[in-house]
Design a protein around this ligand. Structure first.
Ligand SMILES: [Zn+2]
Ligand SMILES: [Zn+2]
Length: 339
């Protein structure tokens, strides 16, 4: 679900919102919907029949998300035409959308969690116990998160192995490497092995019990981790925001829906959608439209391939660590500033 006001969905005051279903394999938008709570012409007393009225929702902004999810899953003409139904829904940890989809469906809908939100959930649990354990520093939490992310990424599609790996994380951090796989550096170099962020590992028994509690619970739900990242959603939201900037309000006219449709087209067909759309509307595209579209798409695919490489990811982590380090140094030298 995307919102047209700044901040998160927790603000619940947006006048318009859009929701989209993205295919797991194709990474393309299968269907989408917009919900508008305001129409400028209706507000001025016009009858809804004398203009292109886009007002289609009267509930609170909070109810928008669940209504949109239920609509996409159950009243979907594309699904009806293709004789398919929504069976597995991958989303964040918010239960309102899945609740409404289940209530509106006549069949069982399984909920899976995406990688980013599951990882964030583990970090939140670790921060909850941080104050009771001296060894559990912010760096140590990052290391545990790294172990968890690695384990999920390596065992996509194999919940049993994923569960075993997740259960083993506390033991690995407490230097019991009996159940670690080949990924664990200890086996290659038992004499000089040190953990990258926690050095010689943890020692507190209370911490071991606390970590085991957390990771055992997470491991028992391994069959519900899709291992899929929510980056596609973030990228779609960014494309929508580029077509309809959040600092401007388009929601009270048809402009909002047209901008949303452009963003969906851009996501599914790349920049060449402009050329295709012009042809469909029997408009003659300008001289450079097609070559420009091809150039933009080529650059985007090159950028994507580069971003998937290991060197790129390593460099991104290095630059992030450098930036954080610099920020801490600056804060120490300048002192904390309160206004
Ligand atoms: Zn209207
Ligand atoms: Zn190990």
């Amino acid at each position: 679900m995307g919102w047209t006001t700044r901040g998160t969905g927790r603000n619940y005051d947006s006048l318009t919102g859009s929701a989209a279903l993205v295919g797991f394999f194709t990474k393309k938008v299968l269907t989408y919907i917009s919900k508008n709570r305001k129409c400028r012409k209706c507000d001025r007393g016009h009858d809804s029949s004398d203009h292109d009225c886009r007002l289609n929702f009267e509930g609170s902004a909070k109810a928008m998300e669940s209504a949109a999810a239920a609509h996409l899953a159950t009243q979907n003409s594309i699904f009806d035409t293709c004789h398919v139904q929504l069976g597995i829904m991958i989303g964040d940890n918010d239960s309102s959308a899945i609740g409404s989809v289940r209530a509106a469906s006549h069949h069982e809908v399984i909920k899976h969690s995406d990688k980013n939100h599951t990882s964030k959930g583990v970090v939140n649990e670790l921060y909850k116990i941080k104050k009771n354990h001296k060894e559990l520093t912010a760096g140590a939490i990052k290391y545990l998160q790294h172990c968890f992310n690695y384990c999920v990424a390596q065992n996509i599609g194999d919940p049993v192995e994923m569960g075993k790996g997740i259960r083993n994380i506390p033991s690995h951090c407490f230097n019991n490497h009996d159940n670690c796989g080949t990924w664990c550096g200890y086996h290659a170099n038992p004499e000089s092995y040190r953990h990258s962020a926690i050095g010689d590992g943890f020692v507190s028994e209370q911490l071991f019990d606390a970590l085991r509690c957390i990771f055992d619970v997470v491991a028992s739900r391994a069959d519900r981790f899709a291992g899929v990242s929510s980056n596609v959603n973030e990228s779609l939201n960014a494309t929508i925001a580029s077509k309809a900037p959040k600092m401007r309000f388009y929601g009270s006219t048809a402009s909002s829906d047209a901008r949303l449709a452009c963003a969906i087209n851009k996501k599914n067909s790349g920049e060449q959608y402009v050329h295709k759309m012009a042809e469909k509307l029997s408009l003659s595209p300008a001289k450079y439209t097609e070559t420009y579209g091809l150039k933009v798409d080529l650059n985007a695919s090159k950028r994507y391939l580069r971003s998937c490489s290991q060197e790129f990811k390593k460099r991104r982590l290095f630059l992030k660590a450098k930036k954080t380090d610099l920020q801490h140094k600056k804060e120490r030298s300048e002192g904390s500033q309160t206004y």
